[in-house]
Design a protein. Structure first.
Length: 44
C-alpha cells in the first residue's frame, strides 16, 4: 500500500478496521475523537 493516494496525492488511509478486542486499550481515545468530531459538526 502506498503512503499517499495515487489519484489525489493526499495521505492514504487504511480501509481495514482494527481487530475487535474486549480490552480495547485505545477505545477511550477513539470515542473521544468521535465525540470531538460530532461536536465540531454541531450534532452534539
Amino acid at each position: 500500500m502506498y503512503e499517499t493516494c495515487q489519484s489525489c496525492g493526499d495521505k492514504a488511509v487504511g480501509v481495514i478496521p482494527a481487530k475487535y478486542s474486549p480490552h480495547d486499550p485505545y477505545g477511550k481515545y477513539r470515542r473521544q475523537a468521535k465525540r470531538n468530531e460530532l461536536e465540531k459538526k454541531g450534532w452534539l
